[in-house]
Design a protein around this ligand. Structure first.
Ligand code: DAH
Length: 346
């Protein structure tokens, strides 16, 4: 409101300044400046001047009361900012991406299939132990019989931290740990047996068959009198159960520092029963995994007597197994978060 009376105008300026400066906003209504205006009103003779002055003084008092009421109002609630939101916090509510309803979600195909795989191995007597996603040179190489500077290390080029830790390039990093932890079972006449699922990382040139991040399943079995026949029978039994059909398998000599002998293991194509199709590149066979008899140096490094005990091990890519089950042609789909792909498994 605009005040015309000089005295009221001067009081308005003084009172509003006082209001802005004081902590107790209500105090303005008891201030001597306001009281002085009412004293002055009482002293004026009746007439138009008194009426005009009285109207302005009352208006000023009401304006101050309104200011006090507003100051006492609680501040409007400001909604909390979600600092993890995948959009700019200042994005207006109506143009933010909406959250997908949880009921519409489903497990990733690798998770679903891993459950099936672990169930089969658990029925075959294998314990499951999780691998890890950060490790050191000892478990990645030294404990697995890689001599320092051996060229075989190049096959496992991966991501490293400045401190020299690395993102494991294979689940074999768990061999030394598991063998050490369970060697006492051997003395009690029990075999050591485990499957080890885990995420692994590689410095790869990416294409339909190669990813920088994927899942592997390691297998370890040690006891007295174990030979390559046990290895082949174990893998064949698993694969026939997983694909629900009889399969042929074959091995070819290969090289891994941690097995001797080492094999590349192939199975007849579960997609075309060896007739030849895109999945097996029209050869009828699919090279699936690496395996072999655990090198005596690996057993010794874990404190196991390699004269008395022998064992086998393997490492297989889980996406590879799943791709063959469903005829998936590109491994990159698994890490793509492509909903069209994922919804086929929901
Ligand atoms: N770690 C090997 C790789 O990722 C796979 C492998 C081969 C694992 C032979 C084993 C094994 O345990 O015995 O290429």
């Amino acid at each position: 409101m605009e005040y015309h009376n000089k005295e009221v105008k001067a009081a308005e300026v003084a009172l509003k300044k006082l209001f802005a400066d004081s902590e107790d906003k209500r105090a303005i209504l008891r201030s001597p400046e306001l009281a002085a205006l009412f004293d002055r009103l009482k002293m004026l003779p009746a007439g138009k001047a008194r009426a005009d002055f009285g109207r302005e003084v009352n208006a000023l008092k009401q304006e101050l009361e309104q200011m006090v009421r507003e100051a006492a109002q609680p501040k409007a609630e400001v909604s909390a900012i979600d600092v993890t939101a995948p959009f700019d916090a200042n994005t207006p509510a109506d143009s933010r991406p909406s959250l997908l309803p949880m009921e519409g979600g489903s497990q990733h195909p690798v998770t679903q299939e891993l459950k099936v795989i672990l169930d089969i191995f658990s029925r075959m007597g294998f314990t499951a132990v999780e691998s890890r996603e950060i490790d050191d040179d000892y478990h990645m190489f030294t404990s697995l019989n890689f001599p320092p500077d051996h060229p075989a290390r190049d096959e496992y080029d991966t991501f490293t931290t400045d401190e020299g830790l690395l993102a494991p390039a294979h689940t074999s990093i768990m061999q030394n740990r598991f063998l050490k932890a369970h060697k006492k079972d051997l003395a009690k006449g029990q075999a050591i047996s485990a499957v080890v699922p885990g995420r692994v990382f590689r410095n790869e040139d990416l294409d339909a068959r190669h990813e920088h991040t994927f899942y592997q399943l390691e297998g370890i079995y040690v006891d007295k009198g174990i030979n390559a026949g046990h290895l082949i029978a174990t893998l064949k039994t698993f694969l026939e159960e997983y694909y629900g059909q009889s399969l042929e398998v074959k091995t070819q000599p290969f090289y891994f520092p941690f097995t001797e002998p080492s094999f590349e293991f192939a199975l007849s194509c579960p997609f075309c029963a060896k007739k030849g199709c895109q999945v097996c590149s029209y050869t009828g066979w699919i090279e699936l995994l690496g395996c072999g008899m655990i090198h005596p140096n690996v057993l010794k490094e874990a404190g196991i007597d390699a004269q008395t005990y022998t064992g086998f091990a393997w490492g297989m890519g889980i996406e590879r197994l799943v791709m063959m089950k469903y005829g998936i042609e590109d491994v990159r789909l698994f890490e793509s978060a492509n909903l069209k792909f994922l919804r086929q498994f929901s």
